[in-house]
Ligand binder design. Structure first.
Ligand SMILES: [Zn+2]
Length: 294
């Protein structure tokens, strides 16, 4: 996939090539909307551009003003109506500084809660895909993930339970944000399902799984206990792959395609499993791994 492709392209690719244009015209923009960016409120533009809010995307004004999308939030946000007025640029209350501050805090909270709903809509997912591609959410700190881009997510869908975490689709683990600016953002502003929905909608953005991992060594020799554990994990992974294969689920690892490219061989079904095992042994011998026994 070309680096310059837009979220619409990604969405179209994700859905296959048949009648792409018609599909995303209907889904991405809705039946009556021409394909150009939807207007956002001034508050939204300001909110997005302020420091510390880099993880958020712009919520369309149309989405913010549709009461259906805000169902239930009036009981969760103090000064709800004022906060909503502020977010949608119709706030004209002559409030003192204290009250103004309270309302601004509420408006931020409201924006966050609506954001969690918006980013699982088609347009929201498209915007987050753009940000993901640009690496706006940072890169995985794990060395073997080689700078894999992260995606923000929450551990809870209810506010004030936990702060935002970052999900790496390569090692399938979560991390704390590096910057203190981001570590205080509520995880509920992204929700616990967003990252999973994201990769379901954009399967082509799922990075290839890798079998590579760090191997502790002492003067070149593998450390016994961790080597034994690694062997057990390798064996377990193979068993899991066989079971997945039997169930008709195909799991591809980045290393497989590298070897396939080298050999230019096509294999299917059961042959593939045995081939992978052979590659593994070859790989171990090539890397000079020494088996110290169980
Ligand atoms: Zn990672």
């Amino acid at each position: 996939m070309a680096e310059s492709s837009t979220s619409e392209d990604l969405f179209a690719q994700a859905r296959g090539n048949e009648s792409n244009e018609r599909f995303y015209n209907l889904c991405f923009w809705g039946r009556n909307h021409p394909p150009f960016p939807m207007p956002c409120s001034q508050y939204t533009t300001q909110f997005i551009s302020s420091r510390g809010n880099e993880y958020f995307c712009e919520i369309d004004e149309e989405y913010l003003t549709d009461r259906f999308n805000l169902t239930g939030l009036n009981t969760e946000v103090p000064y709800y109506q004022y906060a909503l007025d502020l977010v949608t640029d119709v706030f004209d209350l002559d409030a003192d500084d204290d009250l103004r501050e309270q309302i601004e805090k509420s408006a931020r909270h409201l924006y966050g809660l609506v954001h969690a709903r918006y980013i699982v809509t088609t347009r929201g997912l498209g915007k987050m895909a753009e940000k993901y591609k640009n690496g706006d959410f940072g890169k995985c700190p794990r060395v073997l993930c080689e700078g894999q881009h992260l995606l923000p997510m929450g551990l809870h869908d209810i506010a004030n339970q936990s702060t935002v975490r970052l999900y790496c689709a390569k090692c399938e683990d979560i991390y704390n944000p590096k910057s203190s600016r981001h570590s205080s953002i509520d995880g509920a502003y992204f929700g616990s399902s967003f990252h999973s929905i994201f990769f379901q909608v954009f399967p082509n953005l799922v990075p290839p799984k890798s079998t590579r991992r760090y191997e502790p060594r002492i003067y070149g020799f593998r450390v016994h206990a961790s080597a034994a554990l690694a062997r057990w994990q390798d064996r377990y992974r193979e068993q899991m792959r066989s079971r997945l294969n039997e169930a008709g689920v195909e799991v591809k690892y980045a290393e497989d395609s590298e070897v396939e490219d080298d050999d230019e061989e096509d294999s299917e079904g059961e042959d593939q499993v045995s081939e992978v095992k052979e590659e593994k042994v070859l790989g171990d011998a090539a890397s000079g791994r020494m088996d110290l026994g169980n």
